[in-house]
Design a protein around this ligand. Structure first.
Ligand code: ADP
Ligand code: MG
Length: 318
């Protein structure tokens, strides 16, 4: 099977149609219609076999994960994800691999109404690069550099399950239903597109937690020229982390990557209206600390003593 048959068979049919795609796969470049008054945002993420996923994973799952981590970048910017291109490097053109991969791509793109508009296909060690683009109303994208002293720091969900899943990859003593929940968290993270509108209305800065809460919050702090103090007791730790590793639970929630929840900051006066709006939408976000003018990260223990928090991320498969 040559490159062109492969594109024709597996990527051209991918369903999502959007009226703003003037033309997509098949030309030297795709052409999009950008609405007046919108900002165009674009971002790329590469997933390398053996590093971001195991090559023996189901290709369907690999494709879903590639889409989800890219969608998460758009959510973190408060941009609606709209289009992707796919740069795919494959050791061989194996239809048994490509079929479930393109199905996973199709299903996960459809879920968010994202169109596949082009890409590139090459031979080499398995690697998947998605470039995603999206839209936000002019001036409404949320960056990392807007956090101010006094802002409240929030996270959008319980943390640490994906890191625990990685820890347990080779541990077969864990009951199957718990392993299934953890692997679901690792392989099918759910990007927080539901928070895009709230971020536009309330957030001063935002980031998605791909490297771990402490490392990613530190990116906000460095970009904004501020520091942060977290409340240890307020950090939402995934219940399975408490169940299996209660001693290290907070630590793994702070350092474990791949949660793809959002960490964002909100001016203190906006916290109440935000929490009310989230409640109406039946969504939960957790205030976990405060932005301070003193640089660096700190964490307050239950006994009210503060210590320095090192911004460390979790490193996979190393
Ligand atoms: P060129 O040689 O001009 O770079 P290609 O032969 O690489 O073009 O690709 C032909 C068309 O197929 C282009 O429109 C390109 O965007 C698209 N394409 C190539 N690979 C992929 C892929 N993996 N997924 C989606 N579209 C692809
Ligand atoms: Mg090409």
């Amino acid at each position: 099977m040559n490159e062109f048959c492969l594109i024709e068979q597996f990527f051209k049919p991918i369903a999502t149609k959007r009226s703003d795609v003037v033309f997509g796969i098949g030309d030297d470049a795709a052409c999009l219609e950008i609405p007046r008054g919108a900002n165009f945002l674009i971002s790329t993420d590469t997933l390398v076999g053996g590093n971001h996923f195991l090559s023996e994973w189901n290709p369907y799952d690999i494709a879903c994960r590639a889409v989800m981590v890219n969608v998460s970048d758009m959510a973190a910017m408060a941009a609606d994800p709209c289009w992707v291109t796919l740069a795919l490097t494959l050791p061989e053109a194996d239809p048994a691999w490509l079929k479930p991969f393109s199905q996973g791509l199709n299903d996960s793109l459809n879920k968010f109404n994202i169109a596949l508009i082009g890409g590139d296909t090459t031979r080499g060690p398995l690697s998947i690069t998605l470039t995603i683009a999206g839209l936000a109303p002019e001036g409404k994208a949320v960056k990392r550099d807007g956090a101010k002293p006094g802002d409240v720091i929030l996270v959008s969900g319980q943390l640490g399950a994906a890191a625990l899943a990685v820890k347990f990859l080779n541990d077969h003593s864990i009951p199957e239903n718990d392993t299934a929940i953890l692997m679901q968290k690792l392989i099918h993270p759910e990007p927080r597109v539901d928070l895009i509108n709230c971020l536009r209305s309330y957030a001063s800065a935002a980031i998605d937690i791909s490297d771990g809460l402490s490392a990613d919050l530190n990116h906000i702090c460095v970009a904004s020229g501020v520091g942060a103090c977290l409340i240890e007791n307020a950090i939402p730790v995934h219940p399975l982390l408490k169940k299996y590793l209660s001693e290290q639970a907070v630590d793994l929630a702070l350092r474990g990557g791949d949660d793809y929840e959002l960490c964002f900051t909100v001016p203190a006066r906006l916290l109440e209206p935000l929490m009310n709006e989230l409640k109406r939408a039946n969504t939960l976000c957790y205030p976990i600390g405060e932005i301070e003018s003193a640089q660096g990260l700190r964490i307050k223990a239950p006994d009210n003593t503060s210590k320095i928090l090192k911004p460390e991320g979790y490193s996979h498969f190393s």
